[in-house]
Design a protein around this ligand. Structure first.
Ligand SMILES: NC(=O)c1ccc[n+]([C@@H]2O[C@H](COP(=O)([O-])OP(=O)(O)OC[C@H]3O[C@@H](n4cnc5c(N)ncnc54)[C@H](OP(=O)(O)O)[C@@H]3O)[C@@H](O)[C@H]2O)c1
Length: 397
């Protein structure tokens, strides 16, 4: 699940290939070609989750699009009406119920490089939860099944903020029992990232430091690390300390009070033991990596999640990989992580959710009409948990 830096560049190339594919003409179908063929009663126990049989499909749908990022994506979003997508054999046609926003929906598109790499008009959103209208050819999933995953194989391609999508079968999973579509929509990118930045490196009793415990990735990260029995220390601002503790964090460092490095060294002294692993979900200070030898064991890995197409990060990634430790480079193994949302990576997270060990923490739910506000909220960088868009409206959740 972990991809090296070179793969990040490949992902960007893949985005260009995707853009080329998007330039090819689309074929749309009309009204009653797709109908729900079964009654699905979700084990989520809400009576409103019953799907009606043979409800006529609309011929058009609403979809958010932007053609420019001048002044920010949120200022350029327009609600378009267009025919429903026509899925390929390996795609499900899905009615979208909810979308969970991630920085990847915004940051690359607004970055200098993204202005050229993301084809316009573009539809933001990658993570979704929805209901299958027509399953992919040969799929075990049926019409009416509740699913969640990624709207696209390429995170830069987005596409989820629409009433219907053609989602690749390879990036979709059934929603675990007892989990609502609103909660499931928050999971894919953030929880896969948290899982992959921790599980290969930690075991019961490991001392783990997570930089940024209160965001989308951090709130899943705390729960996943606790699920394997690790001792978890996180950073966040004071206002989110209680949230992190409520999720199981053993120690919370308020980065607004004192330099984090000093607090980490104090934590090591107090415990009489360095940290075994670091997950950086913020990239707030490159010295957390360069000075990691002052607060971690010699075998500790430093997983950098908060990568971005910006100069400070590119400089850090290149420098950290090139400059040897004796010349001031890092002395711990740096792993730069890029999430790969596919069903096999979602399954272990689904299991933890079904067991009640991991849940979504929601910062705020926005209506489909209010997507611009949802984007603004995410862009504050202050969300505590996930920013969710209720695409189908409360009546259908
Ligand atoms: N590589 C990948 O595949 C991948 C996947 C997912 C996410 N990411 C990246 O990982 C980062 C986190 O994503 P996310 O979805 O968790 O973002 P997010 O939900 O927007 O993160 C917001 C949280 O960050 C916290 N925060 C901000 N500055 C902080 C600081 N200096 N120290 C500690 N906490 C701080 C805030 O807490 P306070 O308000 O308390 O400060 C807030 O709760 C982003 O950079 C994102 O692009 C990468």
């Amino acid at each position: 699940m972990v991809k090296p830096l070179t793969t990040m560049l490949v992902v960007r190339l893949e985005a260009s290939v995707y853009i080329m594919q998007c330039l090819l003409p689309n074929h749309h179908h009309t009204t009653s070609e797709h109908k729900l063929s079964s009654i699905h009663i979700s084990s989520n126990s809400d009576i409103s989750l019953i799907t009606m049989v043979d409800a006529p499909m609309p011929s058009t749908m609403r979809k958010w699009k932007y053609s420019s990022v001048e002044g920010g994506i949120e200022k350029n979003l327009k609600l378009a009406s267009e025919p429903l997508p026509r899925p390929k054999a390996d795609q499900h046609l899905v009615q979208v119920l909810a979308v969970g926003l991630n920085p990847v929906d915004i940051k690359p598109a607004e970055a200098f490089i993204g202005r050229f790499a993301v084809k316009k008009p573009a539809t933001p959103g990658f993570d979704f939860a929805g209901r299958i209208v027509t399953p992919a050819t040969g799929s075990k999933l049926k019409a009416g099944d509740l699913v969640y995953g990624a709207a696209n194989a390429n995170p830069l391609a987005g596409g989820a903020l629409a009433e219907y999508i053609a989602a690749p079968a390879a990036t979709v999973c059934p929603i675990p029992d007892g989990v609502s579509p609103l909660d499931a929509a928050g999971v894919p990118v953030a929880a896969i990232t948290a899982y992959s930045s921790l599980i290969p490196y930690i075991k019961s009793g490991s001392r783990v430091f997570l930089n940024g415990g209160s965001g989308g990735v951090g709130t899943y990260g705390i729960q996943i690390a606790k699920a394997v029995g690790a001792h978890v220390t996180v950073s966040c601002s004071g206002r989110n300390a209680e949230l992190c503790r409520s999720l199981g964090a053993d120690e919370v460092l308020d980065y607004t009070k004192r330099p984090l490095l000093a607090q980490l060294k104090d934590a090591v002294t107090a415990a009489g033991r360095p940290f075994d692993h670091v997950g950086d979900y913020v990239f707030s200070d490159p010295d957390l990596y360069y000075k990691a030898h002052t607060y971690t064991t010699s075998s500790a890995k430093f997983v950098e999640v908060a990568s971005g197409p910006n100069l400070p990060f590119i400089r850090f990634a290149l420098g950290a990989n090139i400059v040897p430790g004796v010349l001031g480079g890092g002395r711990r193994k740096l792993v730069i992580f890029v999430a790969d949302v596919k069903s096999e990576n979602l399954e272990p997270v689904s299991k933890l959710m079904a067991e009640g060990k991991v849940k979504t923490i929601t910062d705020q739910v926005f209506s489909f009409e209010n997507v611009a506000e949802a984007v603004k909220r995410l862009k504050t960088g202050r969300a505590a948990g996930k920013v969710i868009v209720d695409v189908a409206g409360k009546g259908q959740q």
